[in-house]
Unconditional design. Sequence first.
Length: 134
Amino acid sequence: LPTAEEFRSDQYETARETLADADDVSESDKQFIDEFLDAFDPDTFAEQPPGGESTKAHSTLRNYANILRQAGRRIDGELHEQDADSLNAYTESLVRGTHPDIKYAGLAESSVRNHAGALRLLFDYYGNRDKSDI
């Protein structure tokens, strides 16, 4: 049997493969997300987290991969071209249930906070968004 860490690592790799295979996410957004994930992955040496940030656990990276893949699929246009206003409108549509992929009642606020946090960290990594704006 795999250890708990091996299991989480396998789940993370599956999330990365799902992202790579996603037909509804642009190649440029996949690359945008992949570079970010690599920077926070303790097992890669491609990039390092910015500004003293630490690497993340595989379970956290799995969540980021899934959340960002969903955002890349759900947001109109390219994810990497979004501004804070469009990202805020997206997260608002998740909590209100007005996005077509979301049930009428919307996602729980804690889930939306996870989505917003992943988006905030993604755009902060690239240095083109102020964290407080999302």
